[in-house]
Design a protein around this ligand. Sequence first.
Ligand SMILES: [Zn+2]
Length: 245
Amino acid sequence: MSLYRDEGVVLRTHKLGEADRIITVLTKRTGKIRGVAKGVRRTTSRFGARLEPFTHVDLQLHTGRTLDVVTQVETIHPYGEALVADYPRYTAGIAMLETADRLIVGEKEPALRQFLLLVGGLRALAAAEHEARLVLDAYFLRSLAVAGYAPALDTCARCQATAVRAFAIVAGGVVCGNCRPAGAAVPEGETLTLMLALLKGDWAVADASESRHRTECSGLVAAYLQWHLEHGIRSLRHVEREPAT
Ligand SMILES: [Zn+2]
C-alpha cells in the first residue's frame, strides 16, 4: 500500500457497515476519489465532523485494492457551517456538489479547473456577496464550459451570425432567425447579457441585473445543464427559482 496526500472538497458520503462511511471527494491534484473513513460514525471518531459534504479538507489516504482508506483529515475550510443556516445558499451549494460529482465522471483523473471552480463557488456562496442563484448559475455555466459544453451566447451556435433571436438547447445556445429550431425559447436580451456576464465572471453586470431576468436566466441555465447530463440534477428541484422578496 502507498500513502498519498491531497486537499479536496467532500461531495457526498454514504454509510458502510456499522460505523464506516464512504466519502467522495473532488481533490486538487488527484481528481475525484472515493475513500473509506473507518469508524467515522462513532462518537469517539478522531475524524469527527470533518468528513461532511461541503468541507474543504486536507487528506491523507492509503491506496487500497478497491477503495482507498482515509488515514488523516484536517479541515481547511468548513463551508457547510456558513451554508447550513441559509436555505437558498444551502440548496445552491448542494446543487453545486451534485453537479461536480456528475460532470466529473472518471475517478483519479486530475480536474484542477473543476476543483478551483467548486471551491470558488462555495466560497462565494458562503461570503454572501452575491445572490445565491447568481453564484449557482455562474458555477453551472463555467463548470459546463470546462467540461466542454459552453453555450454559445453572443453569436449563433450554428452559423455564427451576430443577430441572434432565440436560445435553443439542442443547437447549443443562442441562434439566429434562420437557424432557430421549432420550440426554441425567446429570452429577453438582458437575460442573454446576464448569462454572458455570469460565464465571464462580470459581477458588476450580474449584480445589477433585474430579478425577472435572473429568473429567466436560471430557467435556461438549468434546462441547458439538464440536457448535458444523462439524468436530471435531483437537488435542482429544491433551489428557489423565485426572488426572495
Ligand atoms: Zn444561424
